[in-house]
Ligand binder design. Structure first.
Ligand code: NAD
Length: 270
């Protein structure tokens, strides 16, 4: 799987899954525009890529602002001549959003609105400007970052879950409307991945429950998602479009009784 001669841009590329996908795609030969709300973090990732022998530049991109998204995509075209791949990865993940979004009974309306505004509208605007650029390039691949929370409900993060469900439909809509122009659109739907934001905000017990709910014997890492993003970006995925692909260690493949039963059977094994 090679990304030689491809130009890719990542939003939210300064940390976590976006950082891992930028590093992975660059290692496979893509020229990267690493973007983030926080320019310093994007610059640090671009510098890491260059230090490893790859090609990368950094730019600011706030997916809450259409002008910022348009500017970043035009920067990718100006610096590298075209845009082939957008990993449309950023979402509203501020502390206020993550802490306030607990239950529909209590989530402040401004927090709900901001999550929809940034995650749903921002992901749509990323698709809009990527499609316009990819028309100019003669085709391309958009990979949205969804979540398993956009496919199955959890007992927390209602606005986040609804916003990621919208990202899933957006993925199908973009794939449906632009496939004949050679533009593919897919989404990755990660389960809980071990990132710095996660370690900072999510209690260890909840992280452990999520690891326990996976069929594989560990929590996911950002690199697990990044490798799937790189595959979907590549020509090896040339006939894949309109899909939301869980990267979840099997978390969604089983019944709700799975992890409790597994623990019981292990404890009572003869
Ligand atoms: N980590 C997980 O467990 C997990 C699971 C499922 C889905 N996701 C999704 O993966 C994506 C990346 O999350 P992560 O876990 O890597 O988070 P992260 O906090 O490690 O990184 C998010 C990055 O996005 C940037 N960002 C925040 N607001 C932005 C904005 N308005 N415009 C542009 N950039 C912005 C941040 O500065 C940060 O660098 C998100 O869409 C998230 O919903 C994460």
């Amino acid at each position: 799987m090679s990304l030689e001669n491809k130009v890719a841009m990542v939003t939210g590329g300064g940390s976590g899954i976006g950082r891992a996908s930028a590093m992975t795609m660059a290692a496979k030969g893509a020229k990267l525009l690493v973007t983030d709300l926080n320019l310093e973090s994007a610059e640090a990732v671009a510098a890491e890529i260059v230090a490893a022998g790859g090609t990368a530049e950094a730019a600011v991109c706030d997916i809450g602002e259409e002008d910022s998204i348009r500017d970043a995509i035009e920067t990718a075209e100006r610096r590298f001549g075209k845009l082939d791949v957008l990993h449309n990865n950023a979402a509203m993940l501020s502390d206020e959003a993550l802490i306030g979004d607990q239950d529909i009974l209590t989530v402040p309306v401004h927090v709900w609105d901001r999550i929809m505004e940034v995650t749903v509208r921002g992901t749509m605007l990323g698709c809009r400007h990527a499609v316009l650029a990819m028309r100019r390039a003669g085709g391309g691949s958009i990979i949205n970052t969804s979540s398993i929370n956009g496919i199955r409900a959890a007992n927390r993060m209602p606005a986040y879950s609804v916003s990621k469900c919208a990202v899933n439909m957006l993925t199908e809509v973009v794939a449906s409307m632009h496939g004949r122009e050679g533009i593919r659109c897919n989404a990755v739907a990660p389960s809980m991945m071990r990132t710095a934001t996660l370690e900072r905000l999510v209690p260890k017990e909840i992280i452990d429950y999520n690891a326990d709910a996976a069929l594989l014997d560990r929590l996911g890492q950002p690199e697990d998602v990044a490798k799937v993003v790189a595959f979907l970006a590549s020509d090896d995925a040339a006939y894949i479009t309109g899909h939301v692909l869980p990267v979840d260690g099997g978390t969604m493949a089983h019944l709700p009784t799975y992890d409790a039963e597994r623990r019981y059977l292990l404890a009572n094994a003869r």
